[in-house]
Design a protein around this ligand. Structure first.
Ligand code: ZN
Length: 151
């Protein structure tokens, strides 16, 4: 089993009006963060998320057009198609405090967002390929990591 430690942490904000998914992708690709963790809070003016239907093997989109709180943004960075790729899930709170959530899609526009992005690296080479690379998984219909099983 490969073991990793944090190499660096980027802490900052994304600007008003930015697309959350595209902004995170731009950061990890610019910084060449090939393995990482994304965490954040903030608010959206428009949110685009999805629920993955396991039987139909497709994402069903959901949109929230009013202002919503980003109660939690949690995700990871790995490699897909040779490039750093973000996979993020988000919890959104409405004006009554009700919570909705799902898989983040492009099209989520920010009111504000404060993010921490941790980059991991293999501190002691294991001799195994340390990169987690996404590949199509027939059983789930998802692009999952092709290694890194812990059990
Ligand atoms: Zn997801």
């Amino acid at each position: 089993m490969t073991k990793y430690e944090v190499r660096r942490t980027l802490i900052g904000q994304l600007p008003y009006g930015a697309d959350l998914y595209d902004g995170l992708t731009e950061i990890v690709q610019r910084e060449n963060i090939r393995l990482g963790r994304v965490q954040g809070i903030g608010a959206t003016t428009h949110a685009a998320i999805a629920y993955y239907d396991q039987n139909a093997k497709k994402y069903n989109p959901l949109e929230f057009t009013g202002g919503m709180e980003i109660l939690n943004l949690q995700g990871n960075v790995s490699i897909r198609d040779g490039k750093p790729f973000v996979h993020v899930h988000i919890l959104l709170g409405d004006p009554q405090g009700k919570v909705f959530g799902g898989h983040l899609l492009p099209g989520t526009k920010l009111f504000a967002c404060e993010v921490f992005i941790e980059e991991f690296w293999e501190s002691i080479p294991s001799g195994e390929d340390e990169e987690l690379v996404r590949a199509y998984d027939d059983r789930t219909g998802l692009n999952l990591w092709n290694s890194g099983y812990l059990v």
